[in-house]
Design a protein around this ligand. Structure first.
Ligand code: PMP
Length: 386
C-alpha cells in the first residue's frame, strides 16, 4: 500500500485562494439540511432503539428493498435478498477484491480508471491490466485482444472492473452498442463483470442510461448513495449473484460486523419520507450548470492542441494536453497560479497518463470554475512557451 498522491494534493489545495478543480466531493449543501436534520431527530427519538443498535451484516432489509426501487430506474431488476449494504461503494470494491483476487491475478480496468479502485486492487496485489477507451467508453476490440493475449500467456483474469456511465475520471459513457458487445465478450471468455455505477442517476438530459446489469444477471453491480443523497452517510451496496452475495456477507461480517445501522436507517427514512426523486433532479440541474460553465470556459480559454471530453452526466472532464507537456510536472506551477487539478498518472496502474488531467466541476460554483479554467489556460500557455 502506498499513499495516494491525490489525498496529498487535496490537503494542499484546501487553501481558499486556490480554485480546486481537483476534488470529487459532491455538493451536499444543496440538500434541504433542515428537513434532513428534522428527519434524523425523529429517527433517533422514535426509532432510536433500532437505529442505534447493531444490525445484520447484509444490511437492513427494508433499505435493501428501497435500493431495488432505485436500481429499477436504470432497468435493473434484482431481489433485495441479493443486495448487500456496504460502507460506500468503496467497501464493496474492497470486499469483492478480497473474495476473488489472489496475489498476481489479473483485474482488467479501463485506461484511465477510478483511483480508489486501483488502490484497492493494489492492496490485494492484483495485477491491473488496462484496456483502452475512447469517447464511446471501453473499446470492445481492444478488450477482445487483451483477453486473447492473456489467455495465450496463461494468466488468470478474475474480473473486468468498469465504470460504464459518466466515468471517473474520463467523464465518458459506454455506448449502447458497445454494452452488448462487452457483455458478450466477457461471457465468451467467462470473465466476471464488476459494474461500478455511482453517477448513473446524474444524467443531465433524458432518462437514465440502462445499466449493464439490466441485461445480464451475472454482472456484479455496485451502487452508492454518496452522489444522490450524501457521501458522509457512507452507504453503498452490491447486487450480486446468489453465491457471490453469500461470500460478500461473510467477508463483510469479518471486516465490520455490520454497516452502520444509524446511517442505513437515515437513508431508509430519507427514501421513505423525503422527495428524493425531486432532490436528484435538483442535483442534476446544479451539476449541469457547472458542467456547462466548465465546457464553455474550456472552449473559450484553452490553447490549441488541448482536447477534452464532454460528459453527459457525473462530475468529471478529462483533458489531454498538447504533445510534450506533462500534467504532473506542471501541477506545482498550476498551484502557484492558484488552480489545482488531478494529474492523469494517478488513474493508471502503470504510471502512464502524463498528458492527461482530471478536472471536476461538482464542487466549485460556476464563477469559480470559469476563473479556475482561465488560470489553468494561462499555465498551459506558459508551458507551451517554455
Ligand atoms: N466508484 C467510483 C467510480 C467513484 O467515483 C467513487 C467515489 N469517488 C466510489 C466508487 C466510492 O464511492 P462511495 O462514496 O460510495 O464509497
Amino acid at each position: 500500500m502506498v499513499p495516494s498522491e491525490i489525498r496529498a494534493l487535496f490537503a494542499m489545495v484546501a487553501r481558499p485562494e486556490i480554485v480546486s478543480l481537483a476534488g470529487g466531493a459532491p455538493y451536499v449543501s444543496a440538500l434541504p439540511l433542515d428537513a434532513v436534520g428534522g428527519m434524523i431527530g425523529e429517527l433517533v427519538a422514535g426509532k432510536g432503539a433500532e437505529a442505534l443498535q447493531y444490525g445484520s451484516a447484509q444490511g437492513d432489509e427494508r433499505l435493501r428493498e428501497h435500493i431495488c426501487e432505485v436500481m429499477a430506474l436504470e432497468g435493473v431488476h434484482g431481489s433485495a435478498d441479493d443486495v448487500v449494504v456496504t460502507v460506500g461503494a468503496q467497501q464493496a470494491l474492497d470486499l469483492i477484491t478480497k473474495i476473488f483476487v489472489d496475489p498476481g491475478d489479473v483485474v482488467l480496468a479501463e485506461a484511465p480508471s477510478y483511483v480508489g479502485a486501483l488502490g484497492t486492487f493494489a492492496s490485494y496485489q492484483a495485477d491491473v491490466v488496462h484496456v483502452p477507451m475512447d469517447d464511446g467508453g471501453l473499446d470492445p476490440a481492444a478488450l477482445r485482444e487483451t483477453l486473447a493475449r492473456l489467455k495465450r500467456e496463461n494468466r488468470r483474469v478474475k474480473f473486468l472492473y468498469t465504470v460504464p456511465t459518466f466515468q471517473n475520471p474520463a467523464g465518458v459513457t459506454l455506448t449502447t452498442a458497445r454494452r452488448a458487445q462487452i457483455l458478450e465478450i466477457c461471457t465468451e471468455h467467462d470473465v466476471l463483470v464488476v459494474e461500478d455505477n455511482p453517477y448513473g442517476l446524474l444524467r443531465f438530459d433524458g432518462d437514465p442510461v440502462r445499466a449493464l446489469r439490466a441485461d445480464d444477471d451475472r454482472v456484479i453491480y455496485l451502487g452508492s448513495f454518496s452522489k444522490t443523497i450524501a457521501s458522509g452517510l457512507r452507504v453503498g451496496w452490491v447486487l450480486a449473484p446468489h453465491a457471490v452475495r453469500a461470500k460478500l456477507v461473510l467477508a463483510a461480517e469479518s471486516a465490520i460486523l455490520c454497516p452502520s445501522n444509524f446511517s442505513q436507517l437515515a437513508v431508509r427514512e430519507y427514501l421513505a419520507t423525503q422527495p428524493w426523486r425531486e432532490q436528484i433532479k435538483d442535483f442534476r440541474e446544479l451539476y449541469r450548470e457547472r458542467r456547462d460553465a466548465m465546457l464553455d470556459a474550456l472552449a473559450q480559454q484553452m490553447p490549441d492542441g488541448c482536447t477534452w471530453t464532454r460528459p453527459e452526466g457525473g462530475f468529471f472532464v478529462w483533458l489531454t494536453l498538447p504533445e510534450g507537456l506533462d500534467s504532473k510536472a506542471m501541477s506545482p506551477r498550476a498551484i502557484a497560479e492558484r488552480v489545482a487539478y488531478v494529474p492523469g498518472t494517478g488513474f493508471y496502474a502503470d504510471g502512464t497518463g502524463q498528458r492527461h488531467m482530471r478536472l471536476s466541476y461538482c464542487f466549485p460554483e460556476p464563477d469559480r470554475i470559469r476563473e479556475g479554467v482561465r488560470r489553468l489556460a494561462g499555465v498551459i500557455e506558459q508551458e507551451l512557451r517554455m
